[in-house]
Design a protein around this ligand. Structure first.
Ligand code: C2O
Ligand code: CU
Length: 472
């Protein structure tokens, strides 16, 4: 696999200051089953400080949920009812979108579409059930390109009643930041340059809110790693040196356990992959996890083995998770719609120069079926479909750039890419499309309302690459 469009972050070169810090992931023991319950939670987005880089650099002024970057790791049980009160202490309006959850449209958290923005000083209560187990996340859906980049995002884990057996269940929230020499966020959000190219790529990659160095592991240990890409634009392609991870879920939904293609875990913005990693190296060993997406691959972190093995031979337990109750599309009955993404540098529009001029005058760079959403979401729906109907979308990326395409409130099956069947036909809510690639997906429309379909490179989203699927 070759990628070769991104520059590597300056992580190890410019901020090589941390030496033996553990990744600091929060883990709860797996294996607790409990009856469905109502979980009452509060989240307070507010300005805060975060030690992204660490001494001798100053802390970074961020926006954060409950003062933490990433926000608190929410863990609930499958089937629980969530009641989450959001208390906006930001100097700006905001909302929270529950990325990947199948929930009522009014709880989807999209400003100007499913709710008015929550003004500074105001509160809003989100209440919904968590029907699917898996790894999900939450983030604002108001001025997203700025608000996520300032630090607003967090991971939501919905635990299976019967999880797979592992020794530790770790969340790895991957982010990247554009920092200046004083570790302050460069405030050029949504610049035209970022919008029309690969999006806002940072120079500093963090894992769970800090530059990672080593994650301590033990010989014989089995880890469940919940990888979540919360970056605005950075795509990760992770290779685990001397280790063979097994993919067990994609965007929260179980897949037949398999090794990632070519040993590379590819993770576009918004995507999640659950891995099982058997730590088979000798006590005292180190193995790097390398991001090979950029032109110059860089070491993300090391797995650092302790001196005492946990067990002699690897754990022998099933890696198969029970499927989620997602309705299966009826392909024979499903109409097919073609969705064309166009624009960006070295791209152009089917509508030619006139379209290009119109786009430029509105400060936009991308269009979906010839229509660009300026962020006000006042466009008419891309398509309207009855609830309960199956639908096939033929997505065509007619651009020179990668796009992680996200559909709100649904899990779709990825059927084909460029006419070839997608291995394991995973369920997903966000799927990465390579330049010029075509991808065929299918899903059952659920829940009346307007659901966004957009690129999760947030600068592309605000640059017009967003549309509405209306379910009636
Ligand atoms: Cu994760 Cu429309 O977003
Ligand atoms: Cu995009």
């Amino acid at each position: 696999m070759t990628f070769g469009t991104f520059p590597a972050p300056l992580t190890r070169r410019s901020f090589l200051v941390r030496t033996a810090a553990c990744a600091g992931a929060l883990a709860l023991p797996a294996g607790r089953a409990r009856a469905a319950a109502t979980r009452e939670l509060t989240l307070t987005p507010a300005p805060a400080k975060a030690a992204l880089v660490g001494p001798p650099y100053p802390e970074t002024a961020v926006w954060a949920y409950d003062g933490r970057v990433p926000g608190p790791e929410l863990r609930v049980a499958q089937g629980d009812r969530l009641r989450i009160e959001v208390d906006n202490h930001l100097p700006a309006p905001t909302t929270i979108h529950w990325h990947g959850l199948r929930l009522p449209n009014a709880m989807d958290g999209v400003a100007h579409v499913t709710q008015p923005p929550i003004a500074p000083g105001e509160r809003f209560v989100y209440a919904f059930d968590a029907p699917d187990a898996g790894t999900f996340w939450y983030h604002p859906h108001y001025a997203s390109a700025e608000q996520l980049e300032r630090g607003l995002s967090g991971v939501l884990v919905v635990e299976e009643p019967e999880p797979i057996r592992v020794d530790r269940d770790l969340v790895w929230a991957l982010d990247d930041w554009r920092l200046d020499r004083d570790a302050a966020i460069v405030e050029d959000f949504g610049s035209g340059m970022d919008m029309s190219h690969a999006g806002r790529l940072g120079n500093t990659v963090t894992l769970n809110g800090r530059i990672p160095d080593a994650v301590a592991v033990s010989t014989g240990e089995r880890l469940r790693l919940r990888l979540v890409n919360v970056a605005n634009a950075r795509i990760f392609a992770l290779r685990f040196e001397n280790h063979t991870p097994t993919v067990v879920a994609r965007d929260g939904h179980p897949v037949t356990p398999h090794e990632p293609a070519e040993g590379i875990v590819l993770l576009g913005p918004g995507m999640r992959v659950d891995l099982v990693l058997d730590c088979g190296a000798d006590p005292g060993a180190r193995a790097s996890v390398v991001d090979v997406f950029p032109r110059d691959p860089y070491r993300l972190l090391d797995l650092a083995y302790g001196e005492t093995p946990l067990r002699e031979s690897p754990l022998d337990a099933s890696l198969v998770l029970a499927p989620n109750p997602v309705p299966e599309p009826d392909l024979a009955a499903a109409p097919t719609h073609e969705i064309v993404f166009e624009g960006g540098m070295m791209g152009g529009f089917r509508g030619g120069r006139e379209m290009m001029r119109a786009m430029t005058s509105r400060g936009l760079a991308w269009a979906v079926n010839g229509v660009a959403d300026d962020g006000g979401h006042t466009i008419s729906p891309l398509l309207t479909v009855e609830s309960g109907r199956s639908i096939v979308l033929d997505l065509a990326n007619e651009t020179a750039w990668w796009h992680p395409i996200h559909l709100h409130g649904h899990a779709f099956r990825i059927l084909e890419r460029d006419g070839a069947p997608e291995p394991h036909t995973p369920l997903a809510d966000t799927a990465l499309m390579a330049p010029r690639e075509r991808m065929r997906i299918a899903f059952v429309a659920e829940g009346a309302g307007d659901w966004l379909l957009h690129c999760h490179v947030l600068e592309h989203q605000v640059g017009g690459m967003s549309a509405i699927v209306r379910v009636v």
